[in-house]
Design a protein around this ligand. Structure first.
Ligand code: SAM
Length: 265
């Protein structure tokens, strides 16, 4: 098959280190009957070892040249979705089998869409069993940060209110071709059986979190001055003089519940 030139606009950095690929597939731990969906199979670095371990595999790919290569292989076990993963309906049941078990998502994600893609998936978290994603190490450190850490902020709060996060491995740039300018890492995200934020206040929570971290060096009272008074924060047992970095997810939920109780109907 003709060689493929990596396309920057699709964030193509192909994995080329077999021992890294082996560790990633082992960390995913595929079982024969799993409903695995890979985002961006590229030239197949993870796809082929996964295909060897499962009965069926779905992939989503945006690059028409790569899609043509997959069609040419004519692999019976493979379902190819030719589309943008940011628009994919993960709840849709479009596989050859009709069972509606949650999918396991995997992917060495194009870095330019990784954060919006995670938010897109989280909106459909009930349709997902778990996610194993390769991302920039810096993004994974922010996803997995605990309250009080330097990297703790909106991303950690929004993701951890819906998922358990676990950083699994760091991957050096030389494991890819072309090599990216940054270090990468592999993360496992598992949707919680009970999301921490009730559906009814999810939108309010998202807006509040954005506001709470808008100016990380200012106090929480200052960031939220248009939403509630310093006094109201104290009543919720939150120190109005704290920086947003030290406000836990539970405290942010408490503030949201208070706002929702006092909002005019
Ligand atoms: N999985 C391969 C590997 O590890 O070598 C390729 C990984 S490469 C970093 C990202 C892959 O995602 C490419 O195949 C790229 O064409 C595909 N891609 C980029 N943007 C996409 C999008 N919006 N939707 C679906 N696939 C996309």
């Amino acid at each position: 098959m003709a060689s493929h030139r990596a396309k920057k606009r699709f964030g193509q950095n192909f994995l080329v280190d077999d021992s890294v690929i082996h560790s990633l597939v082992n960390a995913i731990g595929p079982q024969r009957d799993d409903r695995i969906l890979e985002i961006g199979p590229g030239l197949g670095a993870m796809t082929l070892p996964l295909l060897a371990r499962v009965n069926q595999l779905e992939v989503i790919e945006i690059d028409r040249d790569l899609i043509a290569r997959w069609h040419a292989r004519n692999l019976e076990q493979l379902t190819i979705h030719e589309c943008d993963a940011l628009r994919f309906d993960f709840r849709a049941d479009v596989t050859v089998d009709t069972d509606a078990r949650p999918r396991r998502l995997v992917g060495n994600l194009p870095y330019n869409i990784s954060t919006p893609l995670i938010f897109h998936v989280l909106e459909q978290a009930d349709a997902v069993q778990d996610m194993h994603f390769m991302l920039q190490k810096e993004v994974i450190d922010r996803l997995c940060a605990s309250c009080g850490d330097r990297q703790y902020g909106r991303l950690a709060v929004m993701v951890q209110s819906r998922c358990q996060t676990q950083k699994l491995l760091e991957i050096p740039a030389e494991s890819f071709s072309p090599a990216p300018k940054v270090t990468s890492a592999f993360v496992r995200l598992e949707p919680l059986s009970e999301p921490k934020v009730p559906d009814t206040i999810q939108d309010l929570f998202a807006r509040l979190v954005q506001q709470a971290f808008a100016q990380p060096r200012k106090t929480i009272a200052n960031n939220l001055r248009e939403q509630l008074s310093a006094n109201a924060l104290t009543k919720l047992e939150i120190d109005p003089g704290s920086r947003p970095q030290s406000i836990s997810i539970e405290q942010l939920i408490r503030i949201t519940q208070q706002l929702s109780n006092t909002a005019p109907d």
